[in-house]
Design a protein. Structure first.
Length: 353
């Protein structure tokens, strides 16, 4: 490869981490987003992937060797998720086809491959954990499957290699992201400290007591680059997590300590963040104005609904990494350090006080 990359969703948590890693590794990086943000070393490409003609026009002069698809558009129903997100992948790959430059496409999905979509999240009959890539698709409509099918079809047509990457909940920095547990918890902790409310775990007893794992965006980016440049990893799907496991009863205390809080006792009652933070927008705006923060809009920082979906699961969720490790991907990232690194970045960028 000549080390030319297109990162799709470059302004998001995963996309920005991937662009940073590729830039540091000497790649020429183009970053596609509907509204590109300034990123060092990244050449912006503005496109709405739901617009096939506009996407083709935006991609006309690009000749990337590798494409990293790290974005999706949330819709009201899974049927709409499938229609919209499959079309976005199809429009992207159709737009790149005329140049004939693409050698590898890496698609980021997630553990909903095993858990099912939000409409059926953690419900019904589920595979046993730890989740392994050898477990087949669930008998349920899922936009991840539709995205995969678009990549597989284009790969057969155009002759490129592919990889699919399935992270657990991703820790990383991005403003305005739809799935952002780390920043959501940082904002929640800040609000609790400001108002004197208890810093209470919002999820289920299964999550509080059970084992789990997570994925640092930088860890995911490293696997994306590894799979793109390792022939043994071509045309394979991989789980990707940090490599450690923990219980939320331990991690909650670690996060509380970082923010100078005492963790509240947990009695097993689910109390979703979406309810707890429903009326907090004026409080956050007051904090932001007083502290000179860069973002006063609570909705652009926190995504309580997504954090609630993860922390409210009724089952223990852990992920097996044996497949990629056998092929040589051995990177590791302690999850508590991933949270702390994020909190430091949020503070340095004046997103939390």
């Amino acid at each position: 490869m000549s080390k030319s990359a297109l990162v799709v969703g470059a302004s998001g948590i995963v996309g920005s981490a991937t662009a940073d890693l590729l830039t540091a590794d000497g790649w020429t990086v183009h970053g596609l987003a509907r509204r590109p943000v300034e990123q060092p070393g990244v050449r912006p490409v503005a496109a709405d992937l739901q617009d096939a003609a506009g996407t083709a026009d935006a991609l006309r002069d690009l000749t990337p060797d590798a494409v990293f698809i790290t974005t999706w558009a949330r819709q009201a129903t899974e049927a709409e998720n499938i229609r919209v997100n499959a079309a976005m992948v199809r429009n992207l790959l159709d737009g790149l086809r005329p140049a004939g430059s693409v050698r590898h496409v890496a698609l980021v999905t997630g553990l909903k491959h095993y858990l099912g979509p939000f409409e059926a999240y953690g419900k019904g009959t589920l595979p046993e954990t730890p989740f392994r890539e050898s477990q087949g698709r669930l008998d349920v409509a899922n936009f991840y499957y539709a995205q995969e099918d678009e990549v597989f079809a284009a790969a057969r047509r155009d002759g490129f290699a592919w990889s699919v990457h399935r992270p657990h909940t991703v820790i990383g920095k991005a403003v305005g992201n739809a799935m952002n547990m780390g920043t959501t918890l940082a904002v929640y902790a800040t609000l609790c400290r400001e108002t004197g409310r208890p810093f209470r775990f919002p999820g289920s007893a299964a999550q509080w007591n059970g084992l789990t794992d997570m994925t640092d965006a930088r860890q995911l980016a490293r696997q994306l680059l590894w799979a793109t440049t390792t022939p043994d990893a071509f045309n394979e799907a991989f789980n990707i997590v940090n490599g450690d496991v923990f219980r939320w009863k331990w991690m909650w205390a670690r996060i509380a300590e970082w923010f100078g809080l005492e963790p509240a006792p947990f009695d097993g009652t689910v109390l979703p963040l979406e309810e707890q933070m429903r009326d907090d927008a004026p409080v956050w705006r007051r904090i932001a104005e007083r502290e000179g923060l860069a973002e006063a809009d609570l909705d652009r920082l926190a995504s309580p609904w997504h954090t609630d979906a993860d922390l409210g699961r009724p089952i223990e969720v852990v992920t097996d990494m044996g497949k990629s490790r056998r092929l040589g991907f051995l990177d590791y990232q302690p999850t508590d350090d991933a949270f702390f690194d994020l909190f430091e970045r949020l503070r340095a960028d004046q997103l939390i006080p």
